[in-house]
Ligand binder design. Structure first.
Ligand code: PEP
Ligand code: MG
Length: 572
């Protein structure tokens, strides 16, 4: 038995077999020269790999018969694999050089993709990713390289990894995962948020976990205490099994709160909303008694669609289409049956890189992506993304009670730009005779010190505020929320953060616009009390935490809550 200590990231206890995620590897292509006599053999291997991948695509094409979108993708791949011009060029260049076939194929693929990307034609630049994908498969086969696919994680496993990329976390909604234990990770990281959303116990910041735990070892993850126990003995195992039973009993008791309105002990009403990242979570929000959706993180929808909708083949074409987005938003609005649904425009960039997004710049080229082209900055720089999303949102607006929210706002001008953009989209829909709700409120997220400091000005151009305390804390203190090395500095109760919160709440009150909190502070016991004491009446959180926050509020009077927050605000 081996006990490892880390940081509690998502409460609860999970027991399961370890699945150790290997560190991500890159395809390595040697630039070493080859001998002339090796050429025929290399060419033979190339033809074999080409034929093998062609065969795989042919059978995938067969499997998706009847699905127009997927068939088109595989047909394109098929054509590329048989493109006489490209293949002729590869063969000719190989004959003329003394580099390996892998080296030449990689070089030609990149050259070709670059030419497509710089063609200025949207359709052709999309083909650039396709050509990299398909000839990437031929290269993998040639090199006998098998990249890790997160889809391999089995049900009931405990995931042991260095870190998880936001795009990997999609797996969490698709499998029954018993627990997560990572070397990296901050409590407010996206993998942390999603683990709490799905009720998966998680411990982060565990040193050497990859050396200590092997795949298939039995592991207990105690997300509440931050302990991970490898190969537990009988006593430990029954102790934790007993704890799981007790936790289930407590969760059953909390169920009575599902149908009760959220109220303080002295009868003040609260709205407890859900944060979701996928369409299916809207159903969970309803089951847990949410008063609405306070935050739909649409980038997770984009990531899951981009990575998985097409099976093994990546294609952004269908994933980001207006039609796909419209259907997703419509389903969430319908599921929520008239309850408010706040959908945030794409918050990509920074730590949430959507590799298949065809955007002006990609975060991988930025030195400091969290300070770079992310969220509203990214969509304003790539207006076609914003236009498609706004069209889909407005079209869906007739199916429920929609609000649109803009992430990472730092200036009044950005809001005005989005408002003008939204007006243009509404005009377009009108001229196409497409029905939509003219009065969808458009609000902003307060996630930077800049936004909080000018919240009085922003309140004049916004229909509502939602405070994103995760980023507000990160940017105010200047501490990366994902970085375990500086995790002790990430303090949501830092007086600077509390003062900015207070300022924002007062600015919203003065302008008479609603203000809510949708960062992680909205669900943690101590911070819920502080926020409620400051006057916040709408809190948005992981659906699974709604009943416990209702229970907490039901035990406190407003005076008690006020006393707690003023103690914090006057703490220095
Ligand atoms: C936040 O920053 O608090 C927030 C809710 O947005 P996200 O966690 O998606 O960055
Ligand atoms: Mg944020």
């Amino acid at each position: 038995m081996n006990v490892l200590l880390g940081l509690s990231a998502s409460n609860g206890i999970g027991i399961g077999k370890a699945f150790v995620v290997p560190e991500s590897e890159k395809r390595v292509i040697s630039s070493k020269k080859i001998k002339a006599e090796d050429k025929p053999k290399q060419l033979e291997r190339f033809e074999r790999s080409l034929a093998k991948v062609t065969g795989q695509i042919a059978s995938q094409l067969d499997a998706v018969k009847g699905d127009k979108v997927q068939s088109e993708i595989f047909e394109t791949y098929f054509l590329m694999l048989n493109d006489p011009e490209f293949l002729g060029d590869v063969r000719k260049s190989f004959e003329a050089s003394n580099h390996s076939i892998e080296y030449i194929l990689n070089q030609k693929t990149e050259d070709y993709a670059d030419r497509l990307r710089s063609s200025g034609n949207a359709y052709l630049s999309e083909r650039a990713e396709d050509i990299c994908d398909i000839f990437g498969r031929v290269l993998n086969d040639l090199l006998d390289f098998h990249p890790f696919d997160i889809e391999q994680v089995p049900d009931d496993a405990v995931i042991i990894a260095k870190s998880m990329a936001p795009s990997d976390t999609v797996i969490l909604s698709k499998r029954r995962i018993a627990g997560i234990a990572l070397t990296d990770g901050g409590v407010s990281s996206h993998v942390g948020i999603l683990a709490r959303n799905y009720g998966i116990p998680a411990v982060f910041d565990i040193e050497n976990i990859l050396d200590e735990i092997k795949t298939d070892a039995l592991v207990i993850v105690d997300g509440t205490s931050g302990e991970v126990i490898e190969s537990p003995d009988g006593v430990a195992l029954s102790y934790y099994q007993n704890k799981i039973t007790k936790a289930k009993e407590h969760a059953d008791k909390l169920k009575v709160f599902r149908d009760k309105p959220a109220k303080s002990a002295d009868g003040e009403s609260f709205q407890l909303m859900a944060n979701i990242g996928t369409v299916d979570e809207a159903r969970v929000a309803m089951e847990e008694g949410a008063d609405g959706i306070g935050l739909f993180r649409t980038e997770f929808l984009f990531m899951s669609e981009a990575n998985h909708a097409m099976g093994a083949v990546h294609s952004k074409v269908a994933a980001f289409s207006e039609e796909n987005q419209f259907n997703a938003y419509k389903r969430v609005l319908e599921t929520m049956r008239g309850k408010p649904v706040t959908i945030r425009t794409l918050d990509a960039g920074g730590d949430k890189i959507i590799s298949s997004l065809d955007v002006q710049h990609s975060s991988s080229e930025e030195k400091n992506p969290l300070m770079g082209l992310r969220a509203i900055r990214l969509t304003l720089a790539n207006p076609s993304l914003l236009r498609t999303q706004l069209r889909a949102l407005y079209r869906a607006s007739v199916f429920g009670n929609l609000k649109i929210m803009i992430p990472l706002v730092t200036s009044v001008e950005q809001v005005e730009e989005v408002l003008a953009f939204a007006e243009k989209v509404r005009d377009e829909l009108k001229s196409e005779n497409i029905p939509f709700d003219e009065n969808v409120p458009i609000g902003v997220m307060i996630e930077t010190a800049a936004a909080a400091m000018i919240s009085d000005c922003l309140a004049k151009v916004s229909d509502f505020f939602s405070i994103g305390t995760n980023d507000l804390t990160q940017y105010t203190i200047g501490v990366d929320r994902e970085n375990a090395l500086v995790a002790p500095l990430y303090d949501e109760f830092h007086l600077a953060v509390l003062r900015l919160l207070h300022k924002t709440i007062k600015a919203a009150e003065a302008e008479g616009i609603p203000v809510s909190v949708c960062g992680e502070m909205a669900s943690r016991t101590e911070s819920v009390m502080v926020l409620a004491g400051m006057g916040v009446r709408t809190l948005s959180m992981s659906p699974k935490l709604i009943t416990s926050v209702k229970e907490l509020l039901s035990k406190m009077s407003i005076d008690e809550l006020k006393a707690i927050s003023s103690k914090r605000l006057n703490s220095l």
